[in-house]
Every structure is written in C-alpha cells, then in structure tokens.
Design a protein. Structure first.
Lengths: 653, 138
C-alpha cells in the first residue's frame, strides 16, 4: 500500500504542477482573475505532496519492502539502519525523486514567503518553476518509477555498493541536491523577470538569498564529497577532475558568479542582463550535471547508446529548458536596459572582471568534460584530465585571485587607485617575498609554487576590509564576505601544500617493523581479523610517533570484504595534527608473509576542507545578514502602515 | 573433421580460461606497490603515473587505483624510469599500446585541436567583454 500511496501522491503533485503552469500562464496574459489566486496555494500543495511521496519511499527502504523493485535492487535486510535510510537516495530512481522533491519544495517556499516582487513576475516565476518541474515529473513517472512492484517478492535484496556504505552517503547527496536544485529558483526568477521585463535591484535582492542558500549547500556538498573520496578511495587523492566532480563544480562556478553579479545589481542597479543570463546558466549547469551523471553516458557513450531511453529523455528536457531560456534571453535581452555605469577602478569593475574569469573557468571545465564524450561519439577515445584542467584553469584562476585580493577594498562606482595603493603594495610584497623564499626552499611544480605564495597574501587581503571599521557595527554580510574569501585562501593553501609537500611511502612490513614517512615513524604491531554487521576485515594495528615524541598514537586501517554484494574496500586510517594528516592503508599480504602498507604524510591537507567549510560559513553569515535586514524592513513597513491607518482614522473623525 | 575442430575449440577455450585465471591470481608485479630507491626518479615516475588513466576504473589515474592492471602499469612506469627512459617516451609507448585514451594529457592533433583552440577563443572573448564593459570608460 505504501508504494501505491507514494506513487499516487507523485501523480497528484505532477497534476498540480500542470495546473500551476496553466494558471500562471493565463495570469500572465492578464485574463486569469480568480485563477491567478490559485497559483501560490497550488505550489505549496505540490511541495507537500512530493514530500509525502518521498517519505513513502523512505518508509519502503526502512522496512526493506522486498516486493518493490528498487528496494530489492539496492537494499538488504542486514544493512545498518543509517544505510537503509541513505540507500533511499543512493540509486537512480530515488535520487531523481529527491531532485523533484527539492524542486517542488523550493517552489512551495517561494510561494509561501516571497512577497516583495510584483505579483505578475511572481506568477511568471512560479509558472516557470512548475514548467521545469513537469519535465522531471514526466521523467520519473514514465522512465524511472521508484515505486514499481515486482510480480513476485524477492527473498532478499541485492545490497548497496559497499563504497557507498559510508556516513558520507547520508549527507553528500542531499546537500548536493539542495544546492543543485535550489538553483532552479534562480532560473525561474530569471525567466520570470525576462517574461515581464522587470529586472532591477528588487529582483536581485529577492533572488539573492535563494541563490545564497543553494550555493551554501553546493559548497558543503562539494567539500564533503571531496573529503569522502579522499578517505574512502584509499590513495590520498581529493580531486580527480572526474566528470562527476566537474558536474558539481560547474553549477558552483556559475552560482558564485551569479551571487557576485546579483550583489552589483542589488547595490548599484548595474549588470542587469548579465545577472539574468547567469541565473539561467547556473541551473542549466545543474541540469547538464544531472544528465552526465544520470544518463549513463559517462560509463561509455556506447552504454548510453544501448539503453538510450533515460539519457535521451533528459537530453530532450535539457534542449527544451536551456534552449528555451536562452532563446527567450536572446529575444528579450535587448529590452533590458544596461543599467548604471561605473569606472574600471571600482568595486563593480573588480566584480565584473572576476565574473568574466569565473565564466571562463566554467567554459574550460565544460569543454574538458564534454569534449571526450563528443569525440567518443565519433569513434575517437581521448582523455582530458589534470594535466589539462590544472594549467588551463590557472590561466584564469590566478588573475581572478589577484583581483579578489584588491576588489573588496575598492569603493562602488568610482575609486582612485591611489587610495588603496598602500594595501596593494603591502600584499604584493608578501607575495613577492614568498615566491622568492619558496623558490630557494625546495623544488616544486609551478602551480603549487604560485598557489602557496598567493594563498598567504590572499588571506591577509581578505581581512583588510575590516581595517578601520567599527567591528561591532559591521553588517553580517561583510563578515560573510571576509570569512568566505579567507576560506578560499585557506583552501588554496591546503591544495598547494598537499601537491608540493606530500611524502609517500609504500612499504612491505613484517609485524614489528617500523617505517619512516616524513616526520612520522609507523610500527606495524599486529594484523587482526574483525567483523562488522555486513563485512569482515583484516585490521592493521599500527602505532605512529611524530618526530621524537615519547607518546605514540594507534591507527588501524582495514581491508574490508563485504558479502552483499561481494566486494573489497580499503578503509584508510587518518591521524590528524594541526599541521597535516598521516594517512595509512593496509594492503595485501605478500608471499613471504609481509604486509603491504601505504603511508602518506600530507602537510596542511585538512586546510582544503576547512577552507571549503569556511566558504560555506561565509555564505551562511551573508544569508543571515540579508534575511535579518529584510525582516527588520518588513516589520518597519508594517509599523508605518499601521500608523498611517491610525492617523487616517483619527483624521477621519 | 567437425569433431576435431570442436576439440581444438574446447582446448583453446580451456587454455585461455586457465591463462585468464592465472593472470588474476598472479601476485602483483614487484614495482606495483614498491617505490624506486632514488627519490628523484620516484618523483618523476609518480608525476607520470598521475597523468595516466587506469583503463579499468572510472576517471582514476593509475596512481589512485587498486586494480591489478593499474598495478602492472605502475610497475611498467617505474621499471622504465629506472632504466633511464624519459616520461614522454614512456607515455608515447603506452599511447601506442592502449591509444590516446590512456593519457590524461591530451595531445594536439586532428581530433583534439579544439581543446587548445577554444581556450584561446575564451581568452579573446573574456578580453573583449572586459574591454566593452570596463575599457572605454576607464
């Protein structure tokens, strides 16, 4: 019954989306009357119904209902509770249901909360949200039904891929999806504003918190995903320029650009068309990412060609939505005035520069990700990886980071370079000094060298906007900017330090043998069998001593064998100090009875993820600041209205 | 005659099966999980390994994989570096064997020129855009 109930809720939600689109479209024509009042409640109802549908699927997974095809294919009765729960979205159908649920939920939220925009633009926005939603409802219901029953219940489920049986699965996909799909709101606002031609500061102020929210989740999702890959894959890599990773990076790049251009639009009424364009592009990148991940095209273009139903479906959706929005933009962009003007040496100037650089990086990542798929379709297999992305991306990233250091110090509209000259020289001197010191210290690659030398002045520059200001009265959004920019500098430092300073040691050790890796001495004390709920493992107990300290710490990496489905994974052991991480993996036993160990000392590697989290925290502070200001404004407006009313009453008498 | 050919087929199948299983159960090649003694050469080998694709994995380099084939390729890279071959020679040798797909560093040729041409176009576009928005009013 639960499955049928969930499916029915999904169909109803889809029908409501249809109604929402219809009513919104009629209202735009100006002939709706009563019908236009339906749009908001319908959007809320649609959100509630998808939530019910998703809850039904969660229930099925928690109960391990073996008459449902999806549960049988992806779950197992012996799986721990948390993975039964997370297993709901650890598969194609479930994750697409999560996608639709988030999308409808976001629509419901803007319908409930957003009252600042002209009602016509709001209706156009909600109609767009419903229009996009409909495509994905159709995708779910016609080609990826998560509630499909089996003719005969199975005896046992097939289990979940052991690589996914990790706490990361519980958080990574939901946060990433909130980010991905949250950008749909930006898309709908942009299309809505294009339809009614009302693009201005209010539009930017309304859109900004939603984009910020989505962007925060996206940042956390990418950061968490990177750390998950780092400790789960067992080789110490944290970013592979894998198409799946690029699929999450591209919306982030577009979202970052969008946030910054929206603040120019909100503060200065400039960059109107550019902001709308980025709103369209950001969610388009989410959809392209979904296509890449969900169509099977990544495994092989040919796998896609063998079973093209799902892939073609998303491809058609992409063509309709992205093509449609871009066409609309091309038709309407001319009617949007350019907005206020500004000089090159100004806050806007720096923001425009970095917007263009971010878009260029986005272009490179998109090109490098899609190009191999394109050539494979013509029978030529090529690979595009780190040796391409790193240097070509850096061509744009380095100037962007340099301008990022200076931009926040500049004033809006017009500024004189002389005013910030001292700060720029100060920061520039640190950079030059570090470049020289690092050059003489030890040999390293060009990019790690640049990255390390750049990260420190960048961190210093990020806090310079606080100088000479009353810290107690500083708006939260300024704190947000400072924290986020500092976080980026920290992450850059971690990335560069990891590539420049990592020490690797592969060893074959007998019990009792000691191995040196960087400042650590690691002794293999014993190898013991251990068992978990659905796996058995060999656990290597090691004691690690840092330099010549007396006390040692125990680390215990495992080589796990899962039995449902049968697969082996390595569980690395991490020992974190303030200045880096010791990373240990237990390999196979050699023929002469020794154990293969893989050890890494990775100085400052944790800065990467702390930096990422700080970037997200900065976004959160900014969001908090914006919402607080908005709430205060609302209260004030209400008070003024009440007083006016009172006054009129008094005067009326 | 037919019997004979059937027998041949059966034997060859058996043999190839045996060969396959032997390949899977063989211990990994010595340099799959062992570093070169010379740290400079090891660094050179490691840098090269990070740019070679593990053909049996999804999107990982041979420096990031437990797959037996990645181990064999690491062994190849390390022994050849040890023997004094340059990283480019080794890459060319692997590309000759496995095709362009094995190298994460795309080569400039008839099939890949847009990968190098488009960034130049993007630079030009970016400069043009910046000139239009910022330059004239500076």
């Amino acid at each position: 019954m639960i499955a049928e109930f969930g499916l029915a809720a999904l169909w109803l939600a889809a029908a409501l989306a249809g109604l929402q689109l219809f009513a919104g479209a009629i209202a735009l024509k100006g002939r709706a009357g009563e019908l236009s009042r339906l749009v908001r409640p319908v959007a809320v109802m649609q959100g509630a119904l998808t939530a019910v549908s998703f809850a039904a699927l969660v229930m099925l997974f928690l109960r391990t209902d073996l008459s449902v095809k999806l549960v049988v294919a992806n779950s197992h009765s012996a799986k721990p509770f948390i993975y039964k729960l997370a297993g709901t979205w650890g598969n194609h159908e479930g994750s697409m249901l999560l996608w639709v649920t988030v999308m409808a939920g976001m629509g419901a939220l803007i319908a409930l909360l957003e009252r600042r925009l002209p009602e016509r633009t709001m209706l156009a926005t909600l109609a767009t949200q419903a229009f996009v939603g409909l495509g994905f409802y159709a995708f779910l219901l016609f080609s990826s039904n998560p509630f499909e029953r089996l003719p005969m219940p199975a005896a046992e489920g097939m289990g979940l891929n052991p690589l996914l049986q990790d706490i990361g699965l519980a958080f990574h996909p939901p946060t990433l999806y909130l980010g991905y799909v949250g950008l749909s709101v930006a898309f709908s606002f942009a299309v809505g504003a294009l339809l009614t031609g009302e693009v201005g500061p209010t539009f930017a102020r309304v859109m900004r918190p939603w984009v910020l929210g989505a962007w925060i989740f996206l940042t956390i999702g990418i950061t968490a995903g990177s750390y998950w890959a780092y400790y789960e894959l067992g080789w110490g890599g944290w970013w592979f320029w894998d198409p799946v990773e690029n699929a999450s990076l591209m919306p982030w790049l577009a979202g970052t650009a969008l946030l910054h251009s929206a603040s120019v639009l909100a503060a200065r009424d400039a960059l109107r068309a550019w902001t709308v364009m980025l709103g369209v592009v950001a969610f388009s990148m989410s959809m392209i990412g979904t296509f890449l991940v969900r169509s099977g095209i990544l495994t092989s273009v040919h796998a896609f060609a063998v079973d093209p139903e799902r892939g073609s479906f998303i491809l058609v959706l992409l063509a309709i939505y992205i093509g449609g929005a871009l066409t609309l933009f091309a038709l309407k962009a001319g009617s949007i005035a350019e907005g206020a003007r500004f000089s090159a040496t100004s806050r806007e100037g720096a923001l425009v520069f970095n917007n263009v650089m971010l878009s260029a990086i986005l272009g490179i990542v998109l090109l490098g990700t899609l190009y191999p798929l394109l050539t494979e379709a013509f029978g030529v297999k090529v690979s595009v990886g780190p040796p391409y992305f790193n240097p070509v991306g850096a061509i744009f990233a380095v100037p962007m980071l340099v301008v990022m250091a200076v931009g926040p110090l500049l004033r809006w509209r017009r500024d004189a370079f002389a005013r910030v000259r001292k700060s720029v020289i100060f920061v520039g001197l640190i950079f030059a000094l570090l470049l020289a010191v690092l050059l003489f210290w030890r040999p390293m690659g060009l990019l790690p060298w640049l990255g390390m030398a750049l990260s420190v002045p960048l961190a210093v520059a990020s806090v310079l906007p606080l100088r000479g200001r009353n810290l107690g009265h500083l708006p939260l959004s300024v704190w947000g900017m400072v924290v986020a920019h500092f976080g980026l500098a920290l992450a850059l430092f971690g990335m560069a330090a990891d590539s420049a300073l990592t020490v690797e040691k592969l060893a074959a050790a007998r019990i009792g043998d000691s191995t040196k890796v960087g400042p650590w001495t690691v002794t293999l004390d014993s190898v013991e069998p251990v068992a978990g709920p659905n796996w058995i493992a060999l656990e290597g107990r090691m004691s690690a001593t840092y330099r010549d300290k007396a006390e040692s710490s125990v680390i215990a990496p495992q080589a796990r064998s899962f039995w449902a489905p049968p697969q082996q994974t390595t569980e690395s052991a991490l020992l974190t100090r303030w200045n880096g991480q010791l990373y240990a993996v237990l390999g196979d036993e050699t023929e002469d009875g020794r154990w293969q160990l893989r050890l890494w000392w990775k100085p400052f590697v944790t800065c990467i993820w702390f930096g990422g989290l700080l970037v997200a925290l900065g976004g959160f502070l900014a969001l908090l600041g914006r919402v607080a200001v908005d709430l205060r404004r609302r209260v004030a407006v209400r008070k003024i209205a009440a007083r006016k009313e009172e006054l009129e009453k008094v005067q009326g008498r | 005659m037919r019997l004979l050919s059937a027998l041949c087929l059966a034997i060859s199948l058996l043999l190839s099966g045996a060969a396959l299983s032997a390949q899977d159960s063989m211990p990994p090649a010595p340099y799959a999980y062992r570093q070169l003694d010379d740290p400079d050469k090891e660094a050179e080998a490691k840098a090269l390994m990070e740019t070679l694709r593990c053909l049996k994995c999804q999107g990982q380099s041979i420096a990031d994989s437990d797959a037996p084939m990645a181990g064999d390729m690491r062994h190849q890279v390390r022994t050849r570096i040890e023997a004094g071959e340059s990283p480019d020679e080794i890459r060319d040798w692997l590309v000759e064997r496995y095709g362009d797909y094995v190298s994460f560093a795309p080569r400039f040729d008839g099939a890949t020129w847009p990968l190098f041409a488009l960034p130049v176009v993007i630079v030009a576009l970016a400069l043009g855009l910046l000139w239009r928005r910022l330059g004239r009013r500076g």
